[in-house]
Design a protein around this ligand. Structure first.
Ligand SMILES: [Zn+2]
Length: 140
């Protein structure tokens, strides 16, 4: 099974946008296109569309995947009220930052159709997505 274990955080040297790049702990079956990215690999900032080799992005360290919250979803709100130490489930790194992609951000194509459908039905688009999509609309 191909598994993401952590993410490297990279910041655009031009506009300051932060991005994540997944690290794969184990790979079998298909090889993801982000597997073993070299520092020469060209990447595109999802905010300002500047295209440059990975080494020209500023590395900010590693974010680990959050622990799964074992509290059933319907109990989380109640638990937050009753348990002062309970913070709720931590957001997944890709909910906090866009992927450091090989092509410029396109709101219509960023998520696969099934994921789009989920967000359209249940809401909860990541904040960065809403922001970048608004900027993209303004540009046109
Ligand atoms: Zn940028």
């Amino acid at each position: 099974m191909t598994r993401v274990t952590s993410f490297n955080l990279f910041q655009c040297s031009e506009c300051g946008q932060r991005h994540v790049l997944p690290n794969y702990g184990s790979v079998s079956g298909y090889i993801p296109r982000d597997f073993n990215v070299s520092s020469d690999s060209l990447r595109v900032c999802q905010r300002c569309s500047s295209k440059k080799p990975l080494r020209n992005f500023i590395p900010l360290g590693v974010i680990y995947k959050p622990e799964r919250d074992s509290t059933p979803k319907f109990l989380r709100k109640i638990r937050k009220i009753l348990d002062k130490n309970y913070k709720g489930e931590e957001p997944y790194p890709s909910e906090l930052y866009p992927d450091l992609d090989i092509k410029p951000f396109d709101a219509a194509e960023y998520f696969p159709p099934s994921v789009m459908k989920y967000y359209e039905t249940y809401g909860g688009y990541p904040n960065w997505y809403v922001e970048l999509r608004a900027a993209q609309i303004k540009e046109r």
